[in-house]
Design a protein around this ligand. Structure first.
Ligand code: ATP
Ligand code: MG
Length: 582
């Protein structure tokens, strides 16, 4: 189906006035050093993300602004102003230095989304250490593997999660301290072994701390990738990344002083730190943190209650909202919303249109990776949206499409998505895997591992991950295109497409689909969906289709096509440490 271009209103009708007005001229004249001028730098020189996100606001009128509205999973609430966050993070930095933590040490966090997670994170940065947040739904093995790989010396966690990993601790000789946050004594928890109590440590910590001197090249954050295509890799980021977080928050997410912002990603994934911590707070705005899990009702309720104006979420969440029905958002007052963005997977054009229909706003797709540290390609408030396109490069980065020999292809040709290195939030290595890091650079380009094309107007279109692309009867087929057509069928909630080996065609396209509530699988429906796809896709349509109750996904909600394929072919499943529970 051809989707119409979504035009934007003229600038004088937009309230507030978008931060990025003239994309083309800003892009032409852009210098990263100009972004630096909008930040403060550490008193006396240097750069530290925590200073830019928190401390500098306490010297301005933003001091008393609520930085964090927290809604706990049982409905408890808390608020923290920038001034309060400064005090708490100063205290935590003191706690860490008293424990002997020094610049460059790895300090990991394994917590649910409670305010103490955010305090710990920025306290770690202030102490000059490297923060590694882990997703709270991880089982013991993924936690052990990451703590072992990173050589973390301190872990901050909560009673329930501490119990989950207790039996793994003997395998972690480098882990010297465990700090347990027992929020409001939610848990009747006697501290074990040498555990330290967060509450006790904080009670005696000084509320003043001088940030350890760091520069833009000093390591700050370590994130393991999502594990969609294989074993997760530890991407290391530096304090200089804050330039990218700040400016993309301003231009792509269009953050304004008066906004109430909500990023639904967990800090265990890079979106949850770059855009759930650094971008909103370096821009000095209020954000909400919701501890609970995804439920359509609860999510709409949060937007209504906190009057969320800017919302950053993911295709998997949007597909779940679509599944829950168009009637649901109408039962809430969502009039505060003015701008919605999405990242993490390709955003099906159907989902962009659903935003318009169900909420009255289009969804702005943007593209980036754990490795890139910040959004590199995006849709902007004033730029017309071409549904299905990831948008255009942010000022300051130059992506291109390369052929198999790493030469630039002209517009309209599909190939490898690559970016010229040199933007400040780019990862500096894969932890303990310098050779893999090096292998991502060819011919002066950073090779992203994704395939895409760029149209003549400079919009980028995602085709698929290089590993997932299907070769059938002489065509290269991106799963995204096929999946997007399948979910246009009214019965289909989600679709995952793989290449299945075939003696004649090399591979055939095979689809796995889950159905929306109210639809029952049947032979007739299978034929109908295949026929529906054939009419639209002709030679690249799926030849086989299986119904599945749900698709295998990473814990960050990405469809794991490699697992669909391994299961189909009876091959080993490989690394499943980030696989979501069924
Ligand atoms: P791993 O590298 O461990 O296999 P991963 O690549 O899923 O996992 P992330 O860094 O979380 O780990 O995800 C980045 C990838 O997600 C991108 O390379 C791309 O494949 C996909 N992605 C992110 N945003 C988009 C988008 N807007 N459109 C299409 N794909 C996207
Ligand atoms: Mg990746």
């Amino acid at each position: 189906m051809e989707y119409p271009i979504i035009e934007k209103p003229p600038i004088h009708k937009m309230e507030p006035r978008p931060n990025l007005v003239d994309y083309e001229s800003v892009r032409r004249n852009f210098q990263w050093e100009d972004v630096k001028k909008e930040l403060d730098g550490l008193p006396g020189g240097g750069l530290n993300i925590a200073h830019e996100a928190i401390d500098r606001h306490t010297m301005t009128q933003r001091r008393g602004r609520v930085a964090l509205y927290w809604e706990g999973k049982s409905g408890e609430t808390e608020t923290y102003t920038f001034a309060q966050l400064k005090e708490e993070t100063d205290k935590f930095a003191n706690v860490l230095t008293t424990l002997g933590i020094r610049k460059g040490d790895r300090v990991f966090i394994f917590m649910e989304r409670v305010p103490e997670l955010y305090i710990a994170f920025f306290g770690i940065l202030k102490a000059g250490a490297v923060a590694g947040p882990l997703f709270s739904a991880f089982g013991p093995e993924p936690v052990r593997d990451r703590l072992k790989d990173s050589g973390a010396s301190v872990l901050i966690t909560q009673p329930e999660l501490r119990r989950r990993i207790s039996h793994m601790l003997p395998e972690l000789p480098e882990l010297k301290h465990i700090i347990v946050v027992n929020k409001k004594n939610r848990d009747l928890y006697p501290l074990q072994d040498n555990d330290l109590s967060y509450e006790e440590l904080m009670a005696s910590a000084s509320p003043q701390f001088r940030i350890v001197h760091t520069t833009r090249d000093d390591p700050a954050i370590m994130h393991y990738t999502s594990g969609t295509t294989g074993k997760p890799k530890g991407a290391l980021h530096i304090h200089g990344a804050v330039l990218g977080h700040y400016i993309t928050g301003k231009w792509v997410l269009d953050m304004h002083d008066e906004d109430i912002y909500w990023c639904t990603a967990d800090p265990g994934w890079v979106t949850g730190t770059s855009y759930g911590m650094s971008a909103p707070w370096t821009n000095g705005i209020s954000q909400i943190i919701y501890e609970g899990m995804f439920r359509a009702n609860a999510w709409y309720g949060m937007i209504q209650k906190y009057k969320v104006s800017v919302w950053y979420t993911a295709p998997t969440a949007i597909r779940m909202l679509m599944k829950a029905g168009e009637h649901l958002p109408k039962q809430y007052d969502l009039s505060s919303l003015r701008y919605i963005c999405s990242v993490g997977e390709p955003l099906n054009p159907e989902a962009v249109m659903w935003g318009l229909k169900a909420i009255g706003l289009p969804i702005h797709d943007n593209w980036w990776q754990t490795e890139t540290g910040c959004i590199l390609i995006g849709n902007y408030p004033l730029m017309p949206i071409r549904p299905g396109s990831m948008g255009k490069p942010i000022p300051g980065v130059s992506p291109a499409i390369l052929d198999d020999n790493y030469n630039v292809l002209p517009s309209g040709k599909e190939g490898q998505l690559a970016v010229k290195p040199g933007w400040p939030s780019m990862f500096v290595t894969y932890w303990k895997n310098a050779s893999l890091y090096q292998s991502r650079f060819k011919n002066g380009w950073y090779i992203t591992g994704d395939r895409a094309n760029m149209d003549k107007d400079g919009y980028f279109w995602f085709v698929g991950r290089a590993d997932d692309v299907i070769k059938t009867a002489g065509h290269l087929v991106g799963p995204f295109e096929v999946e997007s057509v399948l979910i246009e069928h009214p019965a289909v909630a989600e679709a995952g497409v793989i290449g299945k080996p075939d003696p004649l065609a090399y591979e055939i396209v095979k689809a796995f689909v889950s159905l929306k509530d109210g639809y029952l699988q049947s032979e007739a429906l299978r034929k109908e969906i295949l026929q529906f796809a054939r009419q639209r896709l002709q030679s690249i349509a799926p030849r086989e289709l299986d119904f599945v109750p749900s698709l295998p996904k990473t814990r960050s909600g990405k469809i794991m096509r490699r697992l669909l394929k391994a299961r189909e072919l009876g091959l080993p499943e490989g690394d499943t440490s980030t696989l979501e529970d069924d």
